[in-house]
Design a protein around this ligand. Sequence first.
Ligand code: PEP
Ligand code: MG
Length: 325
Amino acid sequence: QNLSDTVPPESALATADGVPVQLMGNITLLSEVVSMHHYGIRDIGLYRTEFMFMIRNAMPSEDDQFNIFSRMLKAAAGATVTIRLLDAGGDKPLPYFKTDHEDNPALGWRGLRFLLSNPEIMAPHLRAILRASALGDVHILVPMVADLYDLAEIKQALQVAAAELRQRGDKIGDYRLGMMIEVPSALYGLDRLLPEVDFVSIGTNDLVQFLFAVDRANARVSKWFRQCHPIVLRALQDICRQVHAYKGKTVTLCGELAGSRRALPLLLGAGLRQLSMTPHQAPVLRPLVNQLSIPDCEKLFARAILCETEMDVMKLIDEAGMIKS
Ligand code: PEP
Ligand code: MG
């Protein structure tokens, strides 16, 4: 089957008062594109490339990677494909890459740090992505950026990879460059980081983990993993305000929170208009987007950030009755 045959038509999703909202897909493997299309999603807001590395028993070569990216772009048929740079390490180790034991893997040799310190992995990866950028609407997303230095290092590596490709005579497209906001230092340093990127994507899975110092994968502490806490809501609003002050820069939320029907009015109230989620959640959210109006969401949001606890926020959402169960 030709993958691009399944692309759904463009849908103009909007709130009850006509404000456009875009739902995008989080995917881990090429094979998920068909089911994403089935759920009515065209654009990929987060392609977690680490799974392409994890399901193999050896490091994929530049050509192996390019091959997969080009099939993905062909399947996307002109829609956006947000390729996140390899976010391995931590809870996503590469089976064929032995590392020493770490006491705190979530804070350890993972994401961008792992990539920058392994140029033999990073260089072919960047070249494969840059080559793919000539084939469609590629957004390159950098994980785990903590400060300007991180960003400068990866930009430099992209330049080196681009120079190599030019020398080889390979084409590079007009890609957009963005960063994840998932490390608290990036939240507080955003005014410095924003001029350096075209877009940001908020990773609430890690951001909440680090803001509250609570392991995202440990069931024993899951009640302390408070995604709808007023502190998180304030962070979301602050990010949206800063990004919206720049013409042309965009902000997406791609953590699990993006697919929560209960949180939806608050996310819209915070200023978010692009949500990237596990694809099966989109059919549930679409009719809710249609029913909600932005002024109502903003009013609810203004009350929610005055709450003291996540429990109070949840009560407020339920009492407002905006989400019919
Ligand atoms: C996040 O941290 O919220 C995120 C989207 O990335 P991942 O879940 O892959 O760490
Ligand atoms: Mg993350």
